[in-house]
Design a binder for this molecule. Structure first.
Ligand SMILES: NC(=O)C1=CN([C@@H]2O[C@H](COP(=O)(O)OP(=O)(O)OC[C@H]3O[C@@H](n4cnc5c(N)ncnc54)[C@H](OP(=O)(O)O)[C@@H]3O)[C@@H](O)[C@H]2O)C=CC1
Ligand SMILES: O=C1O[C@H](COP(=O)(O)O)[C@@H](O)[C@H](O)[C@H]1O
Length: 497
């Protein structure tokens, strides 16, 4: 594959940001609040402008009212200040554009007329119209030589559809100016994983199959499908969460040290991990992968419907809302180390964490009854409370305890360790990096494609079998088989912190 490897690092923040899909869920719930926060923190230069684009007839003042209402709903009250809000709203314009209509793009061109700033195009719309928008922007002469495009996930439905989408975007933008979002890469602790692994010799020397017995990655969601049946039922949890977020977490956990922090150095290492992921066979698919679908149950103390009773549901659907699997990265660093992945909707809590289980000492001298305690764990918590905890073994205090062991955490809770530092939402960081022209937190085309290759063969195996997903009640930790999958290896999912 040829790609443009020039990395842009302009450190220029002043841009014209054109936000397509400006009345959509993502824009109002995440993107405008993130932009407001950047402005409030003084990270948005005075001349940066934002153009909201949607197909509804609206006066600019009405559009600003909608954004203002979204900010009041989404930004914490103590972070809403009237001066910053007013300044931010002043930057915003609105244009009514049907994205499929080339003539409508004259409004974009008019907005850009005479602007010295590069344009950032944010496509907060379904991927099927990415191509129309890119081509129409180019045909209307709205772009400049530094224009960047930000695209949302999912990029496609499988390898072939993702290649088609990447091809049309690539007709207009070179790879060095395409920013593919995976919002997990903007989360504070995900970035800390890079610092933790590559800044601390303590971990750097231990991070391999000689010292690590297994790795768990859990991304548990308490929410259901949140009214997104149309999208979700076509996708399922494997495409919605594993193909992107979980595989990115796996890559950052498993990759070799990059030679520097440049975007391509990091992304080259992630691609090597994706290429080394062990494919599933018929046998391992049955043994090592569990699909589930939630039935009615409870969530946060409230009764909730099952997946097949959600609004707009098709009652025959076999789409999975839960996946657990055991896989392996087939290389020298990780040979023989299982990576257990688990993600699902309507689980008891929102909990995303990576747990590194270290091996036991080669020779054990303590109470034989406590042998199962005798290993260190590193817990990297992404949400809800960001932090890192290293479970270490110490002597139990007291005269009557002899040399009894106990486990306790060496615990770094970001909120209490750095109380004055606000932890930004992932989209704030990602938008800031786009404005700076830094690509290291965005996904390169080949990463997406290798991830699809691996998922596609897994999905083909499922389709071949036609087995329906196992049921689990909303509010539980998924099908019992997902617990059996790990306990058959003499291990268990780690749910503490
Ligand atoms: N919402 C989320 O939490 C997440 C979303 N994403 C991705 O972000 C993108 C946006 O998602 P989301 O905000 O949920 O989607 P929405 O459907 O809420 O928003 C998309 C917007 O695009 C508009 N639109 C679609 N076609 C056209 C057109 N031809 N001309 C003008 N406007 C058009 C729609 O307008 P209208 O209302 O008039 O139809 C709608 O307002 C998608 O790619 C999605 O996969 C990714 C992760 C999470
Ligand atoms: O991309 C997506 O992510 C959300 C979960 O994101 P989080 O930051 O709240 O963990 C998921 O609910 C959604 O289905 C998926 O499209």
């Amino acid at each position: 594959m040829t790609r443009d490897t020039r990395s842009q690092n302009t450190d220029r923040l002043d841009v014209d940001l054109a936000l397509f899909g400006a009345l959509g869920d993502l824009a109002l719930r995440k993107l405008f609040p993130a932009l407001y926060q950047l402005d409030r923190e003084g990270l948005m230069p005075a001349d940066t402008r934002v153009l909201g684009l949607a197909r509804h007839e609206l006066a600019v003042s009405d559009f600003r009212d909608k954004v203002s209402a979204a900010l009041k709903k989404r930004v914490k009250p103590k972070e809403q200040d009237a001066e910053s809000m007013a300044r931010f709203l002043e930057r915003i314009d609105y244009a009514k554009v049907d994205f499929a209509q080339p003539d409508d793009y004259q409004a974009v061109r008019a907005w850009r007329e005479g602007s010295p700033r590069p344009m950032v195009v944010y496509l907060s719309v379904p991927a099927k119209i990415y191509g129309d928008i890119c081509r129409n922007l180019e045909a209307s002469d709205s772009l400049d030589d530094e224009s960047r495009v930000v695209v949302e996930k999912p990029i496609g439905y499988d390898l072939v559809s993702s290649q088609e989408i990447n091809d049309v975007i690539g007709e207009v933008f070179p790879e060095s100016r395409i920013y593919r979002i995976d919002h997990y890469l903007g989360k504070e602790t995900v970035q800390n994983l890079i610092a933790l692994r590559f800044a601390n010799p303590l971990f750097g020397t231990q991070w391999n199959q000689n010292h690590i017995s297994h790795v768990e990655i859990t991304v548990a969601e308490q929410v259901g499908i949140e009214g997104r049946w149309g999208y979700f039922d076509q996708a399922g949890q494997l495409r919605d969460m594993v193909q992107n977020h979980l595989l990115q977490l796996l890559c950052l956990t498993a990759m070799d040290p990059p030679s520097n922090l440049d975007a391509d150095s990091i992304r080259d290492e992630k691609v090597k991990v994706l290429k080394a992921l062990k494919p599933f066979t018929h046998e391992s698919l049955d043994r090592d992968v569990v699909r589930g679908q939630y039935t009615a149950g409870t969530s946060a103390g409230q009764a909730v419907p099952g997946y097949l009773e959600e609004e707009g549901a098709n009652t025959d659907s076999h789409t999975e809302t839960f996946v657990a699997m055991k896989t392996e990265v087939s290389n020298w660093r990780w040979a023989g180390v299982p990576f257990y992945l688990r993600t699902g909707k309507r689980l008891p809590d929102k909990l995303s964490q990576i747990v590194i289980h270290f091996r036991q000492q080669p020779h054990y001298i303590f109470d034989p009854d406590q042998r199962s305690l005798a290993a260190n764990k590193l817990v990297i918590r992404l949400q809800p409370e960001e932090g890192i905890a290293l479970q270490v073994l110490t002597k139990d205090a007291g005269l009557d305890k002899g040399m009894r062991l106990r486990t306790g955490p060496l615990h770094l809770d970001f909120n209490s360790a750095f109380p004055k530092t606000r932890i930004p939402d992932a989209y704030e960081r990602l938008l800031l990096e786009v404005m700076k022209g830094q690509q290291y937190l965005f996904v390169r085309r080949d990463e997406i494609e290798y991830a699809w290759r691996w998922c596609d063969q897994l999905i083909a195996g499922w389709e071949d079998r036609g087995t329906p997903p196992r049921r689990y009640p909303a509010g539980s930790w998924g099908p019992v088989a997902s617990i059996a999958m790990i306990t058959q290896d003499g291990r268990s999912w780690y749910e503490d912190y």
